[in-house]
Ligand binder design. Structure first.
Ligand SMILES: Nc1ncnc2c1ncn2[C@@H]1O[C@H](COP(=O)(O)OP(=O)(O)O[C@H]2O[C@H](CO)[C@@H](O)[C@H](O)[C@H]2O)[C@@H](O)[C@H]1O
Length: 649
């Protein structure tokens, strides 16, 4: 390691092989190291002083253009330390024989590093920790996310960030979730009524000024739910856009979120104590992707967060937070860190001859600065290292393959429980499934379809997006409508797909319903009432609807990709009595014909092989979808993050 004074009181340790480091690899052209050195002399510096005793007030002092002396530096470092050590440290409380277990953990890390040749094998071996379900070490964990159920949800990210923290807190960790406080000025704002103003205002230096944010807080189910309040989160629409499309200031809104999330563990007194510096940031998707970059570029050079670690969790690689290169200066990062976010589009993706393709890519920044990388299934963790699934980041992700793992999501089994679900008209369970057919006939009545308990009913729920293969469904509908089936789609998103759904409904009045909108109760009723759930996703990092479906005795028919492949076992009609006969159908390739063939096989089995169908339903309902299993694996990865020194120091 080479130590560099980077024009301030912080020493930044750089890997000696920096020129080959992922900071400058991938499609990035300009070497970061050169940039670093050339801009060293002109780098300006933001001095911060923090006083926790002083009512948590955080003061931001002026930008300095001369470097502090050695003495100033050490005084400043001391002032950070004194402030933060006023409170007992929470983390690292050993619950059971931690020393022995950490040795095991270190050994596993060595094992996994030694086996880089076979990533898949390594991942399976690496996180197969089912035999050690107890928590070894409690940690301070900080989730950063753009959405979190039930406060804000547009899809699976909200579900995961609403339930995984609860599972980790139940295992003894101290868990905080930081997300924006989206206020719409309508009755839906009631979801935030339990979150109270902490009376802690800070000013965030970005976008050419100081952005003042406040923090709201609710303690529920063992988790500190922290909401960042800023006027840019107060508008109608969902977290990312409204009926006119995506908000044009999303880069600003999520930059503010990331800065605020980095300050939260230092400045918020929750239950009398701050979380402090020794915490683990679990940052979700590009919206939170600046957090690991800020830790490395803004905090560690000043001696703060040296003991923290970060894990980027990729729920969807298709969205990377790419904006024009000129916007870099707005992000509140030192200029010399440009290389971490630098992104150059390949020639074919440029719009005109003078387009240099230069951009900043926030997710790329997270990938090159996080201590570990996680995706939401093992299948997807491999797919993103391939040209087909890597969205241009495959080279970079492959270079960090040894710290890349996949953990299949769990589900909130209390919310998604057919035996107690308040959104469905009849309850049922694996022991008495009779309520399912009653849910089906109730749904047929609700939708104005013929009430026919014996008619196979196929459902689709999801964002109307290219990812979800909605175009494939719509192109197959005319053929499918020739069969004796009923089909219901619930979704919102792409305007064109919404209009197609409406048009199909008027063409096939007696068989097809297209429900345009976002409704959690309706999604529960469709999941319970349908016999088959169709998911022809082009790619699917994990997928939650197939898990909900199986828990509700609804048989999934899915494209064999990513998390769908990992979670749906293909039906095996000739399985021996008692052996696994599968939980649904996986089809491949992704084409209208193979999708129709799988659907027709499913419908044929439903009609003609009742006992096989019952077996399918039961094996789906029997599976363990609880978060606890996944939380154990998260713990393992978190321990690995702390076994190594920070990736960027
Ligand atoms: N119109 C509507 N009305 C009501 N509810 C609706 C709805 N449209 C979608 N939903 C709900 O939103 C969630 C969608 O979850 P998914 O995992 O299928 O997808 P998403 O692509 O958003 O998430 C990304 O992140 C998750 C979490 O990691 C990954 O599982 C996934 O593969 C990845 O693409 C489900 O709870 C679903 O019921």
């Amino acid at each position: 390691m080479e130590s560099l004074r980077i024009g301030c009181f912080g020493i930044c340790k750089l890997p000696s092989n920096l020129s080959e480091s992922p900071l400058n690899s991938g499609v990035v052209g300009r070497p970061c190291f050169a940039l670093w050195r050339s801009r060293r002399g002109s780098a300006s510096l933001l001095l911060r002083r923090r006083s926790i005793a002083d009512n948590n007030e955080v003061e931001f002092h002026s930008v300095r253009d001369k470097y502090p002396t050695e003495e100033e530096s050490s005084n400043l470092e001391d002032s950070f330390r004194v402030g933060l050590q006023l409170f007992p440290r929470y983390g690292e409380k050993e619950v059971v024989d931690s020393e022995a277990n950490l040795n095991v953990c270190e050994k596993e890390v060595v094992d996994s590093n030694a086996n880089r040749a076979s990533a898949k094998e390594e991942e399976t071996k690496g996180i197969d920790v089912e035999e050690k379900p107890t928590t070894r070490v409690t940690r301070n964990i900080v989730f950063v996310t753009a959405e979190v159920a039930p406060y804000s949800k547009t899809g699976g990210l909200g579900d995961v960030c609403g339930s995984l923290p609860v599972a980790l807190a139940a295992r003894g960790h101290r868990v905080m979730v930081v997300s924006p406080r989206y206020v719409h000025g309508d009755p839906s704002d009631v979801v935030f009524s339990g979150a109270l103003d902490l009376d802690c205002h800070i000013k965030i230096p970005c976008f050419g000024g100081l952005q003042e944010v406040a923090f709201f807080h609710e303690y529920r189910e063992g988790v500190d739910w922290v909401f960042v309040d800023h006027p840019s989160y107060h508008r109608p629409g969902n977290p990312y856009g409204d009926s006119y499309g995506a908000f044009s200031d999303n880069q600003f809104r999520f930059t503010v979120l990331c800065h605020a999330a980095c300050e939260a563990p230092l400045v918020l007194l929750l239950g009398g104590f701050t979380y402090g510096e020794k915490c683990l940031f679990l940052v979700n998707d590009w919206h939170a992707g600046l957090v690991p970059v800020l830790l490395a570029a803004k905090y560690r050079p000043h001696g703060v967060y040296k003991d923290a670690r970060s894990i980027i969790v990729i729920h969807n690689l298709a969205h990377q937070g790419v904006e024009p290169a000129e916007t870099y200066k707005n992000l509140g990062l030192p200029l010399e860190w440009y290389g971490a976010l630098e992104w150059v589009f390949p020639t074919w993706a440029r719009t005109h001859a003078l387009d240099t393709g230069e951009a900043v890519n926030v997710l790329k920044g997270a990938i090159v600065t996080s201590d570990r990388i996680l995706t939401v299934s093992q299948g997807y963790s491999w797919e993103i290292t391939t040209v087909e699934g890597g969205n241009g980041l495959n080279g970079l992700l492959s270079s960090r393959k040894s710290i890349l793992n996949g953990i299949v999501n769990g589900i909130d089994v209390a919310e998604w429980n057919p035996a107690s679900d308040e959104h469905i008209p009849f309850r049922y369970s694996i022991d008495d499934i009779s309520g399912k057919v009653q849910c089906k006939t109730a749904l047929q009545k609700e939708l104005g379809l013929a009430v026919r308990p014996d008619c196979p009913m196929i459902g689709f729920i999801g964002r109307l997006d290219f990812q979800k293969g909605v175009d494939l469904i719509l192109s197959a509908i005319p053929e499918l409508m020739q069969d004796d089936i009923q089909f219901i789609m619930l979704g919102s998103g792409d305007r064109q797909f919404e209009n197609w759904m409406r048009a199909l409904e008027s063409t096939y009045k007696d068989k097809f319903r297209g429900w345009v909108g976002f409704s959690v109760p309706v999604s529960h009723r469709i999941t319970a009432g349908c016999d088959i759930l169709l998911m022809p996703s082009r790619f699917e990092p994990c997928g939650l609807n197939q898990l909900y479906a199986m828990r509700y005795g609804t048989v999934p028919v899915v494209h064999c990709t990513g998390g769908l492949k990992d979670t749906v076992e293909n039906f095996h009609p000739y399985a021996e009595e008692g052996s696994s006969q599968g939980t649904g159908w996986t089809f491949s390739p992704l084409s209208k014909d193979s999708m129709l063939a799988a659907l027709r096989l499913a419908v044929g089995t439903y009609r003609e092989h009742k006992s096989s169908w019952e077996g399918l339903i039961k094996s789906g309902m029997e599976k363990d979808y609880t978060w606890d299993k996944a939380a154990t694996k998260y713990e393992q990865v978190i321990e690995w993050a702390f076994c190594d020194s920070p990736y960027v120091q």
